[in-house]
Design a protein around this ligand. Structure first.
Ligand code: RRO
Length: 313
């Protein structure tokens, strides 16, 4: 049997395995983050950190369905200093991606200033797409606001930077956003965040299933895989090749991950599946991808990354 090499690089970081938790999944507290590092995950993403700790939205704020999940967590996190401290005191050969955000652009800039001034040298992911902060739109849907924050950040931030994007649905949106992103020295993009402001209801009780925002929340899981595939594919076709892509959305099997990599993903993040199955999902999905690659005769991810075929007339 040929040896399979599942490694991938983003910036200066090598992921020996391509699966990482999506921000917000098993990553708010030190024990949760350690459990990801102790699993077969190839790396860790932190919960999106804000300058100050936040309790998040009222509960219930997360609900599982047969095909995925809805959440309106509202950015519960321990504050940026907590995550910087965890990383500074953690010995691991797995990359740790520090996710960061704020409820207003000035706070996002201030958070990145703190990271720039710190000893942290890893990947940092600026979350431009949280759908669940009451009264705050997703920056990634506002081209001018996206440009403005990247202008400010890239004027001082010199470490490897990625952005977490919301899902887009129109080809013109991809053109416009990619044209903006291509102007900045980004290390990667992460596509996609949850599909914002969906609604799950219980027909028996005739009631929404989560409390915040009248039941509206971010949809994850199997529902959103086709949207994730499209976003990864569309951005891979439009971004400078140096900008890598983390593919996120609806992966529950090794075949799902294979499809995202075919569309151009460099590594793949797991969200709802880890919420539902726990960190053992990393080993299962890694094994499934390896088995599929064996069957197809692929030895590295580069053998098929971005090689999606289209149908000619
Ligand atoms: O905390 C959340 O409610 C949340 C965030 Br920051 C995000 O980026 N995506 C999401 O589905 N939930």
């Amino acid at each position: 049997m040929a040896t399979i090499d599942l490694s991938a690089t983003i910036g200066n970081e090598t992921f020996h395995h391509p699966f990482v938790n999506a921000a917000g999944v098993c990553d708010e507290t030190a024990p949760e983050m350690q459990s990801v590092l102790d699993s077969a995950a190839g790396g860790l993403t932190t919960k999106s950190a804000t300058l100050a700790p936040r309790a998040g939205n009222p509960k219930p704020r997360y609900f599982d369905t047969d095909l995925g999940s809805i959440n309106s967590m509202g950015l519960p996190n321990q504050g940026l200093a907590y995550y910087l401290d965890f990383i500074a005191h953690t010995e691991t050969d797995k990359p740790i991606d520090l996710s960061v955000t704020g409820t207003k652009p000035a706070d996002q800039v201030a958070a990145l200033q703190q990271i720039q001034a710190s000893n942290f040298t890893g990947l940092c992911e600026l979350n431009l797409s949280c759908p669940n902060v009451v009264g705050k739109p997703q920056i990634g849907y506002d081209l001018d606001a996206t440009r403005a924050i990247l202008d400010q950040v890239c004027a001082f931030y010199e470490k490897p930077l990625g952005v977490k994007l919301p899902p887009y649905f129109d080809l013109q949106q991809y053109d416009a956003m990619a044209a903006i992103l291509n102007q900045y020295p980004l290390t990667y993009i992460n596509a996609i965040n949850s599909v914002g402001n969906g609604l799950v209801i219980d027909p028996n009780t005739e009631t929404v299933v989560i409390k915040p925002k009248g039941g509206f929340g971010g949809i994850g899981g199997q529902y959103i895989k086709p949207v994730a595939l499209a976003n990864v594919r569309a951005f891979r076709q439009r971004l400078r090749p140096e900008i890598k892509i983390i593919g996120t959305g609806g992966v529950t099997t090794g075949t799902d991950a294979f499809e995202l990599i075919l569309c151009g993903a460099d590594i793949v993040e797991l969200g709802t599946v880890v919420m539902q199955e726990g960190v053992s999902a990393f080993a299962r999905i890694t094994h499934e991808l390896e088995t599929l690659m064996q069957e197809k005769g692929y030895q590295t991810l580069a053998d098929f990354r971005g090689h999606l075929k289209t149908q000619s007339n």
